[in-house]
Design a protein around this ligand. Structure first.
Ligand code: ZN
Ligand code: ZN
Length: 427
């Protein structure tokens, strides 16, 4: 059969609009809308048969029931739905009425064409409404992770605009002890601050075990400036609550749910957070990040550098300390899960590398030790030996008790590549 015979067979089924007609031939020729394709084919078929040309009003179409006449209205509704929301990219999805989907098959079957000839109603809708949304709002289509995802339900006559999260990357320093990384709800009152009608004794009614947290200093400020509905803090690991995080700081990402602002001034944001934290924590290097940065921050293998204040049970000479640290440098340590670690975690022996160990004595019983080690190395246990569960250890080599009295993290860096890869940033 020639294409004109196909066109005539389709048109004989009843009034079929240009778009629905052209859609059955959507895989032929580029640079045309289906409506242009349909109209041209209808004209060409009339010329071919030397018959009068009869136009079909889209509203009269039995296949789409007139839906193809309303791309502009749907696009205008999408644009209105995000009027006060800052987005750069979008995607349109369409839920086609089941009846229209059935009609499309009936149309093709009736003309002896394959059920899936051309393209689907919803594909055309996504594209035609999408193009118009892009023009109206000055935004770009993105099929992977758009800032806003529209769902058009044609039958229900509704639009849903789902605003995807925005992400801010940075590094934080924790300059005071006893600040957890994330908010730590009180376990006695489940974070409510109440036991029955009385304020919770355990947390003093605050609902939190610690008044401050890195998350608590950072996330609300970002959420406020991005005008979102919720925030999540993702850290590249975490230090102990009583450890400081110094040096170059620890990478983190703050995720803001349903933000109305995305292109925020990160330098001003940095200043706002640091002013709010008032020296308890500090952030730096804030940048607008992509969705993929969350996983990078959580999964990228990172080495850690620590500074530990150590107290010895017996007098130690500088010579002995230097020899012990030389012995630890480059060694592979076996660590059985420490006692202090979460008891829900399975107890296993794991091996971790010590890249470098240096240090100096303050007096015969006190010193400072710096360890650069593979991620997951337990430093307190590397010093104390954890009653024989960690081997080798500084205490074991020196043959005297040794305990960490203060622990600071001074660097968290990717083992093989830096966290800060331009591919994961938007600015
Ligand atoms: Zn139609
Ligand atoms: Zn409580």
């Amino acid at each position: 059969m020639s294409i004109f015979e196909d066109v005539r067979a389709l048109a004989e089924s009843g009034p079929v609009c240009d778009a629905c007609l052209g859609r059955a031939f959507a895989d032929r020729s580029f640079g045309l809308t289906n409506a242009e394709r349909g109209k041209s084919l209808r004209i060409a078929a009339a010329l071919d048969a030397d018959e009068p040309y009869e136009a079909v009003e889209t509203e009269d179409c039995w296949v789409c029931e007139g839906a193809c006449a309303h791309f502009d209205e749907w696009a205008a509704r999408c644009a209105a739905a995000i009027e006060d929301v800052e987005v750069e990219t979008y995607q349109v999805g369409t839920r086609a009425p089941p009846l229209v989907e059935e009609n499309e098959i009936l149309l093709r079957e009736g003309a002896g064409l394959p059920d899936d000839a051309g393209e689907l109603f919803k594909s055309e809708f996504n594209r035609e409404v999408g193009k118009r949304v892009g023009r109206l709002t000055g935004t770009e289509v993105d099929f992977t992770r758009p800032d806003v995802q529209f769902l058009l339900d044609i039958e229900a006559d509704t639009i849903e605009a789902q605003i995807n999260s925005a992400f801010i990357y940075g590094r934080y320093r924790k300059l005071e002890r006893d600040i957890p990384q994330t908010e730590w709800p009180c376990r006695e009152c489940d974070g409510s601050g109440y036991q029955g009608k009385e304020p919770c004794d355990y947390c003093g009614g605050s609902g939190y075990l610690y008044e401050d947290s890195v998350e608590g200093f950072v996330a609300p400020v970002v959420m406020d400036v991005m005008d979102g509905v919720d925030a999540k803090f993702h850290g590249a690991g975490r230090e102990d609550v009583d450890a400081l995080m110094l040096g170059t700081g620890r990478p983190f990402v703050v995720e803001i749910m349903e933000p109305r602002r995305r292109n925020v001034d990160v330098e001003q944001l940095e200043g706002d957070i640091n002013a709010m934290a008032d020296g308890e924590i500090e952030v730096e290097g804030l940048r607008l990040a992509t969705y993929d940065m969350v996983e990078r921050v959580k999964k990228l293998d990172a080495s850690k550098q620590y500074r530990a204040a150590v107290e010895f049970d017996a007098d130690v000479t500088d010579e002995a300390l230097q020899a012990a640290l030389d012995e630890l440098t480059g060694v592979t340590v076996e660590q059985y899960t420490p006692h202090r670690v979460d008891h829900r975690r399975a107890s296993i022996t794991r091996t971790r590398h010590v890249y470098d160990a240096t240090g100096e004595l303050e007096d015969a019983r006190h010193g400072t030790v710096e360890i650069h080690g593979e991620g997951g190395l337990y430093i307190k246990e590397l010093i104390s030996g954890d009653e024989g569960r960690t081997n080798p250890s500084l205490a074991g080599i020196l043959d005297t008790g040794a305990v960490v009295t203060a622990l600071d993290v001074i660097a968290v860096e990717g083992e093989d590549e830096p966290f800060e890869d331009d591919e994961f940033f938007k600015n």
